[in-house]
Ligand binder design. Structure first.
Ligand code: PHE
Length: 337
């Protein structure tokens, strides 16, 4: 039996065959187990003799199997190690870096300018009450000026805000009559517009509100001039045109000289040399009153601008939809700005 086993073991070529032989010779149904199990039937003299021989044979077979097994284990470890080898001299792959979206970049820049003038940044909800979006801004129900901004209504009283101006009212409520109020508020707004190169049903505004005693139109003009010169360059000029908003009186639209052509007229500013960038005005007494400020004592100014429009001028972008489609070829152009 020993001879036979050792001969077979000598011819083993792989782990599977080794396992088979281990079962064959040492397993529960193997010849050695059989012999040892049969010991009970032997005489007292035979028992130690047979037992010794059987154990010897078992020992010899086990020894060979273990030696073979050690060989296979070593070979397997070796193979695994070489398969897992890492060439540390290979150059690394550069990690793809994200970047701030151009709209957020412009928002941050504008925030920085106003923070430098002592403003704080406020926020408000995008799903807004009709009261804050219209009513408290001097736009009662059925006011024709509500049509200026086609709205997404959710219920009769709740809508997607059409402007960041409701944050004016929310800020006044929070300030509870204290002065000065000096905030800007960036945020998304929603209007029922058909999307094209210059219109989007969702876009971004930045609102500004200042309330104190003796705030005058000249404060508004000086603030905006300072702002555009920091944003577009110190040579930039502004021009105020009379306009209408229900929540400001008087109201103005503000144009800047076109940086592309230094005000001499070009494609971007459609030959006029001026570009409209925001709406503004002195806070309407009705709005001050609704916000808890006595218009006899307090005055203020407010302004609102479209961030996409500013970004399109600053970076000469021709289609507003580029901001939202997330084409990496577009976004990557702003990584280093
Ligand atoms: N909310 C106005 C708009 O969306 C802009 C504006 C804000 C005008 C503040 C005056 C004062 O068109």
């Amino acid at each position: 039996l020993k001879e036979e086993a050792l001969q077979e073991l000598a011819q083993v070529a792989n782990q599977q065959q080794l396992n088979d032989l281990r079962i064959k010779y040492l397993g529960k149904k193997g010849p050695l187990t059989e012999i040892l199990r049969g010991m009970g039937a032997l005489s007292a003299e035979e028992r130690p003799v047979i037992g010794q021989v059987a154990n010897e044979v078992r020992g010899a077979i086990e020894e060979v199997i273990e030696a073979k097994q050690a060989e296979y284990t070593a070979a397997e470890t070796e193979a695994r190690l070489s398969a897992e080898t890492i060439d540390v001299t290979l150059p690394g792959r550069p990690a793809a870096r994200g970047a701030v979206h151009p709209l957020n970049k412009v928002i941050q820049e504008i925030e920085d300018i106003f923070i430098g003038m002592g403003y704080t940044v406020a926020e408000g909800p995008e799903v807004e009450q009709d009261y804050y979006n219209f009513e408290a801004l001097n736009l009662p129900k059925n006011h024709p000026a509500r049509d200026m901004q086609d709205s997404f209504y959710i219920t009769e009283e709740i809508l997607m805000r059409t402007q960041t101006s409701p944050v004016q009212v929310r800020t006044m409520e929070k300030m509870n009559g204290r002065a000065p109020v000096k905030i800007i508020c960036p945020g998304k707004v929603y209007r029922r517009d058909d999307d094209d190169a210059t219109h989007s049903h969702m876009f971004t505004q930045i609102e500004g509100l200042v309330i104190d005693r003796n705030i005058r139109m000249s404060d508004l003009k000086g603030t905006l001039l300072q702002f555009v010169q920091e944003l577009f360059g110190s040579g930039t000029q502004i021009r105020l045109r009379p306009s209408f908003f229900p929540f400001t009186e008087p109201s103005v639209e503000v144009d800047v000289t076109c940086a592309m052509c230094g005000g001499s007229g070009c494609r971007v500013c459609k030959q006029t040399g001026w570009l409209e960038i925001l709406g503004a005005g002195m806070v309407h007494p009705n709005v001050l009153e609704k916000g808890g400020y006595d218009p006899q004592e307090f005055t203020g100014f407010a302004f609102g601008m479209g961030v996409e429009r500013v970004a399109m001028l600053k970076y000469d972008i021709e289609d507003i939809r580029h901001f939202y489609t997330n084409d990496l070829r577009f976004l990557k152009q702003f990584v280093h700005l």
